[in-house]
Design a protein around this ligand. Structure first.
Ligand code: IPD
Length: 289
């Protein structure tokens, strides 16, 4: 049966607004927040309460669709299929939320055949609502008033090379083993000078929310975003918004132009009249060397 994407988009916006009210009413604290796999992997009661509200509302409206949420995901048993699926992070940027650093959001993705189809990301602190429906463009609405088309620049500049890029990248919560070695290498290579074998990008930003990183690339505020280790709920909504703003998603794995939504390694590039593929290739080369 045909799925009414506009109706899903409107519901996701209403759910995001309710989540925003819950998040802004909460008083998280550094000492009372819980941890999951280690001391850098935080969760609060608000993450859990918001996910419960979101799953209840979405599942009562669409009982035959699937639902994957960060706080109820069970490794090894929760599987992404071709079915219409809501993929939800109740608070992306929980660490920022706990510290009252104003870069956290709710990320609501809707995926069909594993293709990001509707995306809604809401930063309740700044009241910025990023939205997209596949094939219908991407937008940001600020304070519920101005609705702007993404990217924010009318004429995005060509992408020349990595040395002219502002790069979003994240440490994530895996801080040991090969994954940490890879992240350390990527950060060092991107930052260091050409003489030292690096790309010497303009700078690196760690915003602390994968979804807001993707929104920033879609808006044209960051040129690229790289992360190795985040999850489908961190990227499902932002991916749709990025694509609708003319950006592309490649994989963090060299040579892979068709990343899986649950592939956990992502490289997003902003829209540009030229240079998108060249930037991806240069990035793969720099991290591979
Ligand atoms: C985290 C954020 C962070 C990223 C981590 C994610 P959470 O999500 O997106 O930027 O580096 O990999 O897990 O835990 O705040 O929902």
């Amino acid at each position: 049966a045909d799925i009414n994407l506009q109706e899903i988009h409107d519901l996701l916006i209403s759910v995001a607004e309710e989540a925003g009210r819950m998040i802004m009413a909460a008083t998280p604290s550094q000492l009372s927040s819980g941890t999951k796999k280690n001391s850098a992997d935080l969760v609060t009661e608000t993450d859990q309460a918001v996910e419960k509200m979101v799953s209840t509302r979405l599942m009562s409206a669409y009982p035959t669709f699937s639902f994957i949420g960060e706080e109820t995901f069970v490794a090894g048993s929760t599987k992404l299929t071709e079915a219409p699926t809501f993929i939800v992070d109740p608070i992306d940027g929980t660490t920022n939320f706990v510290h009252a650093f104003p870069a956290f959001c709710i990320s609501l993705g809707f995926v069909v055949d594993k293709i990001p189809t509707v995306g809604v990301i809401f930063n309740p602190f700044l009241e910025e609502m990023y939205t997209a429906i596949k094939g219908r463009g991407a937008y940001v609405t600020v304070h519920g008033r101005e609705k702007l088309r993404l990217p924010l620049k009318n004429e995005p500049e060509p992408l020349k090379d990595l040395s002219t890029c502002l790069v979003g990248a994240e440490w994530g919560s895996d801080r040991s083993g090969v994954n940490f070695e890879l992240k350390s290498k990527v950060f060092t290579k991107l930052a260091s000078s050409k003489e030292n074998g690096g790309a010497m990008v303009h700078s690196l930003r760690c915003m602390g929310s994968a979804a807001l990183n993707l929104a920033a690339v879609a808006a044209g505020q960051q040129d690229i975003f790289w992360e190795g280790g985040c999850w489908a709920w961190d990227v499902a909504a932002g991916w749709c918004i990025l694509n609708e703003a003319g950006g592309i998603m490649a994989s963090g794995n060299p040579g892979d132009w068709k990343p899986e939504i649950d592939g956990r390694k992502y490289l997003a590039v902003r829209t540009a009249p030229s240079g998108q593929r060249e930037i991806v290739e240069e990035f793969w080369k720099v991290i591979g060397d």
